[in-house]
Structures are given as C-alpha cells and as structure tokens.
Write a protein that binds this ligand. Structure first.
Ligand code: MRU
Length: 332
C-alpha cells in the first residue's frame, strides 16, 4: 500500500510504503494518513496485508491469529469511528471464510470500501451544494478533502461542487492549530484545484463572520452520535458557537459510516489527546517557555443544536435530533 505522506505536505510529495499491518498502524497513528474516511480505508487495506502475512505463515489457521492485530489497529486513533466501521466490514467477510487464500476476496472488499467512499463524496457534494442558495464566502476547518477520504472530500467535496456551480466566491481556511491541516493540506488541495482560498488564523474566524465575509461554515466529522452531536477537529465547536452568534449557517458533511447510532450523545464519544510536543514545538523548534506544560485534545464535540445541516450520501438532515438521525439511518 502506497500512501502520500501527509506529514511532509506541502513542502514535498513523498510516499510512505506499507508492507504489513504494523506499517499501516504506524501510518495511522503517526498521521501519515489522517481524516476519518481515509483512516478507515487504510485500515481495510491494512487488514489485507495482515491476512497475506498470516496466511503465508499459518495457512487456513490464519484466522485464529488475527485478533491482536485488529485490536491494535482499532486503538490507533480512537475518535474516528470509520476505523472500527471498516474493521467490522472486513470482519463480516472474514467470518464467512471457508479456507484457501483470503487475499483476493479481502482485497476486493477493501477496494469496494474505497470506491464507495469516493461515490459517497460525490453524492454529498451535490446534496450539500443544493443547500447554498446564493453566492457566498465559506469557512472550513481542518482538512476534509481528498486527502482525508477516498477522494474528492466531504466538506471540500461540497465546496468543490458548489464552486463549480458558481455558488462560492471565496473559501477561507482556518489554519487549524496545532497540526495545521488547514494551512498545509486544505490550502494545498484548493490551490491545486484553482479554487480561491485565503488562510486565516483560527482566532480570526469570529471577526471574519463579524465582517459578513462568510455565509456558511462547512466542516467534516470524525463521529456523529445518535442525537446529531458532532465530533470533529479541535476548534470546530468554537467555530459553531461563533457561527450561531453571527447568523452564519453551519454544515457538517460526513458519510453514514461516520454516524455511530450506538452512542446516545456526544459526551460518549472518545476524544483523542495527543503528545503535547505537537503544541509546544513547531517542527523542531520550541515555541513555549521551557518547563511549560500543555494539554492537547485534538477533537471536540459540537452540540446538535448548533448544527444547521448534516449532509450524508443518503440525504440531508436539517436541525438534527435523535428522531431525524434514526429516520436517516433506517429508512434509506
Ligand atoms: O486529526 P485528523 O487530521 O485526522 O482530523 C481530521 C478531521 O477532524 C476531519 O475534519 C474529519 O476526519 C473529517 S475528514 C473527511
């Protein structure tokens, strides 16, 4: 499996090669690849690498050896539910294993998870663009683009579709401290697509809204609870609070594989905290006084009441609540 190593963008386009499940786990944990759907897809291909390795060593008994690897994989990043979703999809197939080389059938499944994600992104792009009724500026946070998915993107998918439809004047990208997904990745994608993008400091978002420069905030998600509470990159919550105060609409774009109906509300979503070096250092350079501690939660939860629309490949939920989420997940 060949991954574009996102740690080095936009300075250089360098591949990271995975030959084993352990390589895939490192890639997910170290954020060579990141973004909820892309993490799930990488996990699916990682499981193919694991099956190839275990079948080579244990023959048909490989299936009895896979649990420790799957558990390690699931622990690599706790907030993005697409990881467990993809593992479960692969597990369902593995539970029907009848012997022989498992690789072709597992590879076909991983490819179909990948392909379906691209198709879902295109659908979400159209569904979300329909909500934008007049030409506006939009603000996005983190990177929910092609790099974070199988291709095209969730939030950036809507932005791409809406821009093609002439509905977007200007995209503003939050830089997204501390890992700078907005500055390094979203700006990189949009510049490549020739979509006008301006970078802002995260703390400039409220003033941007105050100046009337944006009509919508459009973001992705790592996990959506059954009541419509949304976990996404740290800073999304404050952006939603600011948006409501200024009368700016707030759109969350995510495939149904991001919706976790087993969790009643956002309080139950596990929030990953990462090494404080991400915060206290800029690359190799310290940015805080020596001896200063840090706290680095990398996701937050936006309550459903601050969300105007959840856009999925199956349709749009306006002003989400439990009943509407249930209807989306059961009737489509
Ligand atoms: O820590 P990251 O970069 O994996 O966080 C990514 C996000 O928060 C994205 O907004 C989310 O995964 C949606 S990606 C389509």
């Amino acid at each position: 499996m060949v991954l574009l190593d996102q740690r080095y963008l936009p300075q250089r386009e360098q591949d990271f090669i995975c030959n084993s499940l352990d390589d895939a786990i490192v890639a997910i944990f170290e954020m060579v690849v990141r973004g909820a759907p892309a993490i799930g897809i990488t996990a699916a291909y990682g499981i193919v690498l694991m099956a190839r390795d275990l079948y080579g060593r244990h023959g048909d008994q490989w299936i009895n050896e896979m649990e420790p690897g799957l558990r390690k994989l699931s622990d690599a990043r706790p907030t993005a539910v697409n990881l467990d979703w993809a593992i479960n999809e692969m597990r369902k197939l593995i539970s029907r294993y009848k012997g022989g080389d498992p690789v072709p059938v597992l590879l076909e499944k991983a490819r179909s998870i990948h392909q379906q994600d691209i198709e879902a992104n295109k659908m979400m792009g159209e569904n979300g663009a329909e909500l934008i009724k007049e030409k506006v500026g939009v603000l996005t946070h983190c990177n929910a683009g092609a790099l974070a998915t199988g291709g095209y993107g969730t939030a950036l998918g809507v932005i791409r579709s809406a821009y093609q439809a002439g509905l977007i004047e200007q995209v503003y990208a939050d830089e997204t401290r501390p890992w700078l997904q907005g500055a390094r990745l979203t700006a990189w994608e949009l510049v490549k697509d020739r979509i006008p993008v301006s970078l802002i400091a995260d703390s400039a978002a409220a003033y941007l809204m105050n100046q009337g420069k944006v009509g919508w905030v459009i973001v992705g998600s790592d996990r959506i609870a059954a009541n419509g509470d949304v976990a996404n990159k740290i800073g999304t919550y404050s952006t939603a609070v600011n948006a409501r105060y200024h009368g700016v609409k707030f759109m969350v774009v995510a495939p149904t594989s991001t919706i976790d109906m087993s969790l009643e509300n956002g309080d139950q979503i596990p929030i990953e905290t990462r090494n404080t070096d991400e915060l206290l250092r800029f690359s190799d350079t310290p940015v805080a006084a020596t001896g200063c501690h840090g706290w680095n939660p990398v996701f937050d939860v936006t309550p459903a009441e601050l969300v105007d629309a959840i856009v999925t490949e199956r349709g749009v939920v306006l002003q989400p609540d439990r009943d509407k989420m249930e209807r989306l997940m059961t009737t489509n």
